[in-house]
Write a protein that binds this ligand. Structure first.
Ligand code: HOZ
Length: 427
């Protein structure tokens, strides 16, 4: 008998909590059964029942070139034939480090890790070790992975499931994390006045993508840079989503701001598990073995994953027109949807930057977590289910980002808009 997503989900629940290895994948917030995927190529993803979908989830961001890009697959194959892990340095790691340092003006040195969570967790430890201070500031609705210090008023799955503070995070540790509203420079100024002497760092998603897409307002990141410099506090940009997503480099390249540390992941692994953090040499050299701040990993700098990342970055480096075209298509999609929703008299706020977008079901502008939370999540769920039933696969939560890849075509966008037009009458 052919497998079905429903049948596999029931089976998966017997062996894995909630049937998944990462919470939002369970589709609980949109009241649907998760698709079990069998393969993906270009802009298309296929479920175990053989149905084809236009994919706007793109593995939550990494697949900017589309799935199974031939050059990336070839790089993975070739690397795997030479052995899958050595636990020893390789030339590939130097090549990757050089690519990252060349792409980001703020990076002088990097360390490769295995995920965005690991990158951020390590960057925070480094900031604390470097400054000798303990407190950190993060912003409500920003999500920086699931390390203890950062699971406070977090976005992504934590927001989707409505878990304000996760059990298991020691209260005394959480107390060291100060949370402030995103885009609120006044709140930052007063918090820094209050805690400045014990403030190791301010960490921020350069463009928030884990409460849905919320771009920084003009001046917000600039103010963070100015205040942190005045108080010898480190500024950390989490560019796990935005690294190589909006341009070759990070959002910081577009904004012309140099943070002290930057965290990366997703795209730099070309679809394999990779993260990285980096920054100024004098800070990075505090890491073991050149300094005392400890951080390590058996699979860090894994040759297969790094090869996939290098292949991806080399294509992106050549592909300025790829970014332009993808941004144009995303704009076409978002403008088209806006027009349809207006005609259908359904109030939405569509936030887009480059090839990242979120349709918030609210008539109000969304500029921080509180305004994102005013969205009608039930209506979002109906919209998501209607789109999915018609083979359009978007991020399964109001508080996540959908993406467009270099592989999407104008035809994909037209088809998506046609489905959206029909969906409006049913939500
Ligand atoms: N929290 C991740 C996205 N922001 C979800 C990752 C996944 O479920 O794969």
């Amino acid at each position: 008998m052919k497998s079905s997503s429903r049948g596999l989900f029931e089976e998966a629940k017997k062996y894995m909590p909630g049937g998944v290895n990462s919470p939002v994948r369970a589709f609980g917030a949109v009241d649907a059964t998760p698709l079990f995927i069998s393969e993906a190529r270009g802009a298309k993803i296929y479920d175990v029942e053989g149905r084809e979908y236009i994919d706007y989830l793109l593995s939550w961001g990494p697949m900017i070139l589309g799935h199974s890009h031939p050059a990336v697959i070839e790089a993975i194959n070739q690397a795997a034939r030479r052995g899958t892990s050595y636990g020893a340095p390789t030339e590939l790691e130097i090549e990757m480090a050089r690519l990252l340092v060349d792409a980001f003006p703020s990076l002088e040195m990097v360390r490769m890790v295995n995920s965005g969570t690991e990158a951020v967790m390590s960057a925070i430890r480094l900031a604390r070790g470097y400054t000798g201070r303990e407190k950190i500031i993060k912003f409500e609705g920003c999500y920086h992975g699931h390390a203890d210090s950062l699971l406070v008023k977090a976005g992504s799955g934590v927001a989707t499931l409505g878990i304000p503070d996760s059990p298991g995070v020691p209260r005394r540790l959480a107390e060291l994390t100060i949370t402030l509203p995103f885009n609120d420079t006044g709140a930052v100024r007063s918090a820094v006045e209050q805690y400045g002497d014990d403030l190791a760092c301010i960490i921020v998603e350069a463009v928030a993508g884990n409460m849905g897409v919320v771009p920084p307002m003009p001046g917000f990141l600039e103010t963070l840079r100015e205040i942190t410099s005045q108080h010898d506090t480190l500024l950390i940009f989490d560019e796990v989503i935005t690294g190589f997503r909006l341009t070759y480099g990070g959002f910081q390249n577009l904004a012309g701001i140099k943070p002290d540390l930057t965290c990366l992941g997703k795209i730099i692994g070309g679809g394999l598990p990779v993260g990285a953090f980096g920054g100024k040499k004098d800070i990075m050299e505090k890491l073991a073995p050149s300094g005392p701040v400890y951080q390590a990993g058996t699979l860090s700098g894994n040759p297969v994953a790094i090869s996939a990342g290098i292949a991806t970055l080399k294509i992106l480096r050549k592909g300025a027109t790829g970014y332009d075209e993808t941004n144009r298509r995303t704009s076409l999609l978002c403008e088209g949807m806006k027009e349809l929703f207006t005609k259908g008299d359904i109030p939405v706020c569509i936030n887009r930057i480059g090839s990242m977008f979120t349709v918030f079901f609210t008539p109000h502008p969304v500029f921080d977590f509180s305004s994102a939370l005013r969205s009608d999540t039930k209506r979002f769920g109906s919209f998501f289910r209607e789109m999915l039933a018609n083979q359009i696969y978007m991020a399964p939560s109001q508080f996540e980002t959908s993406f467009v890849s270099f592989a999407h075509t104008d035809e994909d966008i037209e088809k998506t808009l046609a489905v959206c037009k029909r969906a409006l009458y049913r939500i």
